[in-house]
Ligand binder design. Structure first.
Ligand SMILES: NC(=O)c1ccc[n+]([C@@H]2O[C@H](COP(=O)([O-])OP(=O)(O)OC[C@H]3O[C@@H](n4cnc5c(N)ncnc54)[C@H](O)[C@@H]3O)[C@@H](O)[C@H]2O)c1
Length: 124
């Protein structure tokens, strides 16, 4: 830890797992407090990737707290502007400031990439 963001506050979307959790832990290691939000449920009915769960966001919080940093979490859909703003405002109220925004929330859908003629290797 080199304290590159000591005393700053970072707001991270999609923080329950994956890269969002990684950003939260790294920024906490570097001295930041965290406002972490995640939808923690399916994003859409046809989603092919298992959804993050409330326990995942809780684990992100545990990891940040174990580093001695503060964290405020909320289960919010980033597509709901009013709810998102309310949680950011609440986080800033608790942590005192906002310096860094990591707009990470998103999802990918697994699709077949080969759309041309049959693959010469025979693979589908
Ligand atoms: N992992 C990769 O190789 C890769 C490649 C290119 C882009 N990305 C993008 O990087 C970001 C993180 O990827 P990851 O691999 O950590 O994905 P992930 O699925 O592990 O994590 C994404 C998190 O975002 C949350 N989320 C999704 N939609 C949300 C919404 N509307 N509101 C609130 N939270 C929401 C999910 O619940 C999940 O916890 C995503 O935007 C992804 O599309 C990832």
């Amino acid at each position: 830890m080199t304290g590159r963001v000591e005393g700053k506050v970072a707001f991270i979307t999609g923080a329950a797992r994956g890269q969002g959790r990684s950003h939260a832990v790294k920024l906490a290691q570097e001295g930041a407090d965290i406002i972490a939000i995640d939808i923690c449920k399916p994003i859409r009915p046809d989603a092919s990737i298992a959804p993050a769960k409330p326990d995942d966001l809780a684990e992100t919080a545990n990891l940040v707290k174990a580093l001695g940093r503060r964290i405020v979490t909320a289960e919010v859909d980033v597509r709901d502007y009013d709810a998102l703003k309310a949680e950011v405002d609440a986080g800033v109220e608790q942590l005192g400031r906002l310096d860094i925004i990591v707009a990470n929330a998103g999802s990918a859908t697994a699709v077949q990439l080969w759309i041309g003629p049959p693959s010469p290797t025979g693979r589908k």
